[in-house]
Ligand binder design. Structure first.
Ligand code: AMP
Length: 293
């Protein structure tokens, strides 16, 4: 087992660490997370290691990406457990960046709100899918990832395709704003029963978890129907919506979109991704499946 990773909570110290690594000619990999780590996160860390010489994992629950009625207060955390999991990885990780608050600048608030007033928006890509029901989510994500990129100054950053829209938004932001960072998308890690791993799965009751398996099952059925020639997206969407609804889930969206621009597709002619968000009790889960015919 590797030693417990070095933990840095101060952003200047974090930047100094990265700069000293770069001065030694090391390539820096960053894995941004909100903690409560599972095997999906750990697979990102392992892949970051294969693309870099030193690996930083950030653990920070970013408050500004949660809407007022969302689950910020109940978002799970287990910082010491996370450190143990990271230390148990082959090679461990070199540093964990765990800031207390990335939006406290020590000054007075701006016009009675928090002092922070600058935002990054990826205007078109953020509109559909999760952006519809979570209108400030991607603004919060793009902003915190920009801050992490500026603090850690990585050469490569790993994002999971589990959050497909987020991955594409970060890639677009990096392109549009000329960050000198390679953004790599990692495949979805699933439990043995097919459920995509998520920190939020811990909130599912056993019954809800059973129902939630309908997401992956229905996506697999849709993919195989597409491979068998069913290229009409309406038909494929109906199949997935029915399967999840029959199981007791409540659909937020089920859309087949272009893999790159995330625009809705009527007929599958080029690589698409079938993206789903659905509620099981009080837990909202997302999942997706790429379909390359
Ligand atoms: P989170 O802590 O949920 O913000 O996730 C941190 C990173 O891990 C994001 O890039 C996610 O897309 C990625 N991730 C979360 N769950 C999975 C999973 N099951 N498979 C692959 N990547 C994941």
């Amino acid at each position: 087992m590797a030693p417990t990773p070095k933990v840095i909570s101060d952003k200047d110290e974090m930047r100094n660490w990265s700069r000293s690594m770069r001065a030694q000619g090391k390539r820096i990999g960053l894995v941004p997370t909100m903690g409560f780590l599972h095997a999906g996160h750990l697979s990102l860390v392992a892949q970051a290691r294969s693309h870099s010489d030193v690996v930083a994992v950030s653990i920070y629950v970013n408050p500004v990406q949660f809407g007022p009625t969302e689950d910020l207060a109940t978002y799970p955390s287990d910082f010491h457990g996370d450190l143990r999991k990271l230390a148990a990885l082959p090679g461990g990780v070199d540093v964990v960046f765990h800031p207390p608050n990335l939006y406290d600048y020590g000054g007075p608030p701006v016009s009675s709100g928090p002092a922070h007033e600058s935002w990054v928006r990826v205007e078109k890509l953020e509109l559909g899918l999760c952006g519809k029901s979570r209108p400030i989510f991607f603004r919060g994500v793009a902003t915190v990832v920009t801050k992490l990129f500026n603090i850690v100054e990585p050469d490569v950053a790993m994002f999971g395709k589990k959050d497909y829209q987020q991955w594409r938004i970060i890639q677009r932001m990096v392109r549009d704003l000329d960050f000198s960072i390679q953004v790599i998308g990692a495949e979805i890690t699933r439990d043995n029963d097919g459920l995509a791993m998520s920190s939020r799965n811990v909130h599912l009751s056993p019954e809800e978890r059973e129902k939630a398996l309908s997401i992956n099952k229905s996506l697999l059925r849709a993919k195989s129907a597409a491979k068998d020639g069913q290229v009409h997206c309406e038909k494929l969407r109906n199949l997935v919506i029915k399967c999840i609804t029959d199981a007791g889930g409540r659909i937020d969206y089920a859309e087949i979109v272009d893999q790159n621009n995330l625009e809705k597709v009527e007929q599958i002619k080029s690589p698409v991704v079938f993206c789903v968000a659905a509620w099981f009790g009080k837990v909202r889960l997302i999942d997706n499946m790429e379909i390359n015919l």
